[in-house]
Design a protein around this ligand. Structure first.
Ligand code: AMP
Length: 386
């Protein structure tokens, strides 16, 4: 089946056409600046498509130019928030679209864009099966003691304030591939998976299911990220509020000016590592703060899963930064974890083991591929008619 995978943001739309059986990408692209400018392209000004519907016309034209006539079997959408309702991918209809829309308050930057993408396809190709694949769904197996915040119950019942967790599609895919690499059935896979990209989270996997994860009500909680703070004492926000900071000021500071950027001045891990190696003390401290935070989570989740059988690194930093992996592993000596310097330094796109034979548990690097996971889930749902 050929599946068009759509990841729509508020002003961008990423797409891939995938042959699911062959596991290949036939074409891919990115439409940017949706709704920026007047859509008419006058005065030589750089402008994007007027809206998601117009962006979709561009996608359609690009696909046909690249691939000629082809028959798409389905469209798979990456949807950020599935709330408490969605525990797995679903076939989209009007009721499902409205249900995703009702979750807008929980993901105000993402879900509205996902809904626009779904509606644009519905208008253009009314008969096309569409599947929503939720970033939160894999974490619906969290036990209540892991998803509850210790605040008055009314915050949960009236406002839905609880841990949801994100990066679920990536975690589910990486858990399957990691178990296969270790020759274990995924149902027997207990592990800690560190998804370290621009957004970063760490997840405790027991029996192939998520039992705890560092991102919470939003993707802000947990690890030190490119521009996000991760964990901090909530009283800091009360303190700043009393000092006159508005909710918007706090939001910008926590989501856009913190993390590696706040500590070192760069949000990109490569720049931070380079600066640190050139003697920049702020960059070295940013790496220490980030690796210390992650090591604490790994230790905690090792306990939460009853003894992990593997530690897995994935996403941009996890797959590529031998320096950051080494810094984290250096802090995990108490767990008996030992990296093989040579294997850690090798560059490869393949899933691989990077620990020594005497390491207490294997350390893996397993490249994630969210688009592939979305395409496979979409084909499975459409074939099963769910
Ligand atoms: P992602 O969000 O998964 O695309 O990951 C983005 C992050 O991966 C950025 O912080 C990049 O600096 C980091 N990254 C990508 N390639 C490398 C590399 N070769 N070495 C170190 N970090 C990298």
């Amino acid at each position: 089946m050929l599946v068009l995978v759509i990841n729509s943001g508020s002003s961008s739309l990423k797409y891939q056409v995938r042959d699911v059986a062959a596991g290949t990408v036939l074409t891919e692209g990115l439409i940017e600046k949706i709704g920026v400018g007047n859509g008419g392209g006058g005065d030589g000004e750089m402008v994007g498509p007027r809206d998601h519907a117009e962006a979709l016309e561009q996608v359609d034209a690009a696909i046909h130019q690249e691939l000629g006539d082809l028959e798409l079997g389905a469209v798979g959408h990456r949807v950020v928030h599935g709330g408490e309702r969605f525990a797995e991918p679903v076939l989209v209809d009007n009721e499902i679209t409205r249900a995703i829309e009702r979750l807008n308050p929980l993901a105000p930057l993402h879900n509205p864009a996902n809904v626009l993408g779904i509606r644009a396809i519905t208008r253009k190709w009314p008969k096309m099966p569409q599947v929503a694949v939720f970033d939160t769904a894999f974490h619906r197996t969290l036990p209540e003691y892991a998803w509850r915040y210790a605040v008055p119950d009314e915050l949960y019942t009236n406002h839905g304030i609880r841990r949801y967790g994100f990066h679920g599609t990536s975690n589910e895919y990486v858990a399957r591939r990691s178990a296969a690499l270790l020759d274990l059935p995924v149902e027997e896979f207990d592990a800690v998976i560190a998804h370290l990209g621009n957004g970063a989270s760490v997840t405790a996997i027991r029996g192939g299911r998520s039992v705890d994860t560092s991102m919470g009500f939003t993707p802000l909680e947990g690890l030190v990220m490119g521009t996000r703070s991760g964990d901090l004492d909530p009283s800091i926000l009360v303190f700043l509020g009393r000092a006159g900071w508005t909710p918007e000021d706090l939001d910008t500071m926590l989501n856009r000016e913190s993390g590696l950027k706040g500590l070192a001045g760069h949000n990109d891990m490569r720049s931070v590592v380079e600066a640190s190696e050139a003697g920049d003390e702020r960059a070295a401290m940013a790496l220490a703060v980030a690796s210390h935070r992650l090591a604490k989570y790994i230790g905690g989740y090792h306990v939460a899963v009853g003894g992990a059988k593997a530690l897995v690194f994935t996403a941009g930093i996890g797959e590529n930064s031998k320096e950051f992996r080494a810094q984290v592993a250096d802090r995990l000596g108490a767990l008996g974890i030992e990296l093989d310097g040579g294997l850690n330094a090798e560059r490869s796109k393949e899933p691989r083991v990077i620990s020594t034979p005497s390491s207490a548990i294997p350390v893996l690097v397993v490249p994630t591929d969210e688009e592939r996971a979305i395409a496979e889930a979409t084909a499975a749902v459409v074939s099963a008619g769910r």
